[in-house]
Design a protein around this ligand. Structure first.
Ligand code: DAH
Length: 339
């Protein structure tokens, strides 16, 4: 067996020496060292040896293996440098050719608008928080004063996961999550994605974004709400902007209002942008309903607060005078680059 091993080793080394391609080296590796290779076969034959001879022979096989491996490595390096040498001699690189342009993306108008809104509220001392997009029915409806059979539930065509879990239809549940933490006062905005089972058209999408706002403290009044939103509108749409509060109903606020701003295009005279009225609706708001405070373990006799909800796409569409919401979701770089 020892002779056989010696022969095999020499044969392998000879073959390695003679080979002129990397593939060939690999073939040799497989033929000698592979699972079904010659050397492995020799190891399997060891069972016929006596127990004294066995470890000695095992050692010899391992030594041979090492020598072959080293030779393979050496030849591989030698071949690789020959190939490279050859390449350098024949390859021509024209350094005067124009480079490939790398495609840099562009910030989305939604993102630009959101950062603007965040900047304004952070400047007024607000914190930016987030809540989950997959939400409990309790947070999305129940704890916001919208019980199981309330008609307001029908207005928001909801994607249910089961009867307790859904895709949130509004960012308002983040209000409840913040109030439940029990840390007062609260001054927060909560931007995020919301979902409604709506058909896609120029003003609707099954998935869009809202920015929720909530302030809870002692002695917060409707005057604070008005002042805050008037300031927000001025910062966002320009210093001449005026706000108008129209009475409205939301189950989680009382009193509630919808807010219009003077059209920033015509200054209130009436134009195509504001459909001739001079006003543009931008958000819903109100004083947090005492029952909503109670459900989140806040004493309405001690604390009051206001809340508001803005559609982010609506802000982006208005600010950049985009007339079709679908453009915001196509991510066409030629469109995005304009903002
Ligand atoms: N969540 C409301 C909606 O999606 C918007 C809203 C209205 C939020 C009034 C508020 C609010 O916080 O006070 O229609």
């Amino acid at each position: 067996m020892e002779n056989k091993l010696k022969e095999l080793k020499e044969e392998a080394l000879k073959q390695i020496e003679a080979s002129e391609a990397l593939d060939k080296l690999n073939e040799i590796r497989v033929a000698y060292l592979g699972k079904k290779g010659e050397l492995t076969a020799l190891l399997k034959g060891m069972k016929d040896l006596s127990s004294e001879e066995r470890p000695k022979f095992g050692q010899l096989v391992n030594d041979a293996r090492k020598v072959i491996e080293e030779k393979l490595e050496e030849s591989k390096n030698r071949l690789a440098s020959v190939i490279r040498e050859e390449q350098l001699k024949t390859e021509v690189i024209d350094v005067t050719l124009p480079a490939k342009k790398s495609n840099v993306g562009h910030r989305h108008p939604n993102m630009i608008a959101l950062e603007e809104v965040e900047r304004i509220f952070i400047g007024m001392g607000y914190e930016v928080v987030e809540g989950p997009e997959i939400e409990y029915d309790y947070y999305n409806f129940e704890a916001l004063n919208i019980p199981a059979n309330h008609p307001a539930k029908d207005e928001q065509d909801t994607f249910y996961i089961n009867d307790k879990i859904l895709l949130r239809t509004q960012t308002s549940p983040v209000q409840v999550r913040e109030m439940e933490k029990g840390k007062l006062p609260i001054r927060m905005i909560a931007p995020g994605r919301v979902f409604r089972s709506d058909e896609v058209d120029a003003t609707h999408s099954p998935s869009f974004h809202q920015i929720e706002g909530l302030v809870i403290d002692k002695n917060i009044t409707f005057a604070d709400l008005k002042g805050t939103l008037a300031e927000f509108a001025k910062e966002l749409f320009g210093p001449q902007t005026k706000v108008k509060f129209r009475p409205h109903h939301f189950p989680f606020t009382e009193p509630s209002a919808e807010v219009d701003v003077t059209c920033f295009k015509c200054g209130g005279k009436g134009c195509r942008m504001c459909k001739g009225s001079g006003w543009i609706e931008i958000l819903g708001c109100g004083m947090v309903h005492p029952h909503v405070l109670e459900m989140s373990k806040i004493d309405p006799k001690e604390y009051t607060g206001f809340a508001f909800g803005v559609g982010l796409e609506r802000i982006a569409l208005l600010k950049y005078e985009i007339d079709d919401m679908r453009l915001l979701y196509e991510n066409d770089i030629r469109f995005l680059k304009q903002f």
